[in-house]
Design a protein around this ligand. Structure first.
Ligand code: PLP
Length: 286
């Protein structure tokens, strides 16, 4: 089946989907994105992802390319046309096309919007949950507005490539000895006392939608959550560690920089959070 992408008002064959060379996303990374999980053909936590998209756009003073309800229709149509049951839908909005100049283009410049949807490999995801994954650590050299989900992801690209070359799944950014987050995930540990710890999201990390939902899941399971930074030493002494994101929910971490976490196997807390996630997450209508 051939894939279809939505580009600025048109559904086009994925192979031909393109934006202009002077799109500001291409030239300046002047744009934002969202990734929303699709499960059983329905978006997971659409409302929260759309709210975060609008916040990211506001922070960068980029206009919403269309009203939220119309965007909802496009997302559903992209999922439907690509026959995605288990997968992701990707939305990218940039400041639009204009002659290359750092200043914002004239106010009548339309933002560009691209939506794609694709199935994800469920067997591969299940295998990494069963075996657990490795992380490496890298210095957090990113700008201080990582709370905005911009397409400017070069430090994340380099960090994740370093992880891959080291045989690891993810790279954890470390700033002043404290783990901030992963290249495309939020970072968590479970202390020996059984508390779940993750860094506050006021600044310095992306406020993950999965992270937000997991707070509620933990609450329902009667688990203690501490929203504070944790050091690398604390992570190495933890009972469990895990990462969270919309595309993989919860993945247990069994080693950090080649050193074993806990007993080197996925732990029960990560498993129970993952198992209960969809009881709390909101499923959008089809
Ligand atoms: N942190 C970063 C840097 C990310 O890129 C992502 C997801 O892409 C996350 C955290 C997790 O966010 P969410 O749970 O909304 O997918």
């Amino acid at each position: 089946m051939s894939r279809v992408a939505y580009v600025n008002g048109l559904y086009v064959p994925h192979a031909d989907a393109a934006v202009h060379v002077e799109d500001r996303g291409y030239q300046f990374a002047d744009g934002v994105y969202e990734v929303c999980e699709v499960r059983g053909g329905r978006m997971v936590d659409e409302r929260r992802h759309m709210e975060r998209l609008q916040r990211s756009l506001r922070e960068l003073r980029i206009a919403m390319p269309m009203p939220p309800a119309a965007l909802g229709v496009v997302l559903r149509e992209a999922i439907r046309r690509n026959r995605v049951r288990e997968g992701i839908v990707y939305i990218q909005v940039t400041r639009g096309v204009a002659r290359r100049d750092h200043y914002f283009p004239s106010p009548d410049t339309l933002p560009s919007i691209v939506v794609t949807a694709r199935a994800t490999d469920q067997a591969k995801a299940a295998a990494s949950v069963e075996s657990g994954a490795a992380v490496i650590t890298v210095p957090d050299n990113r700008w201080d507005r990582v709370d905005i989900k911009t397409v400017g992801l070069l430090p994340n690209v380099l960090a994740k490539q370093a992880a891959k070359e080291a045989g690891a799944r993810e790279a954890w950014f470390v700033r002043d000895g404290v783990v901030t987050e992963g290249g495309s995930t939020n970072a968590w540990i479970v202390t020996q006392a059984g508390a779940i710890v993750t860094r506050p999201a006021e600044s310095g990390i992306l406020r993950g939608i999965t992270r937000t939902v997991l707070f509620e899941v933990a609450n329902r399971l009667g688990l203690t959550v501490e929203e504070r930074g944790f050091t690398l030493d604390e992570a190495l002494a933890a009972r469990e560690a895990f990462i969270s994101s919309a595309s993989n929910v919860v993945v247990p971490i069994v080693s950090i920089d080649g050193k074993t976490v806990g007993d080197g196997k996925p732990g029960p807390v990560a498993r129970s959070l993952r198992d209960s996630f969809y009881d709390v997450a909101e499923f959008a209508r089809k």
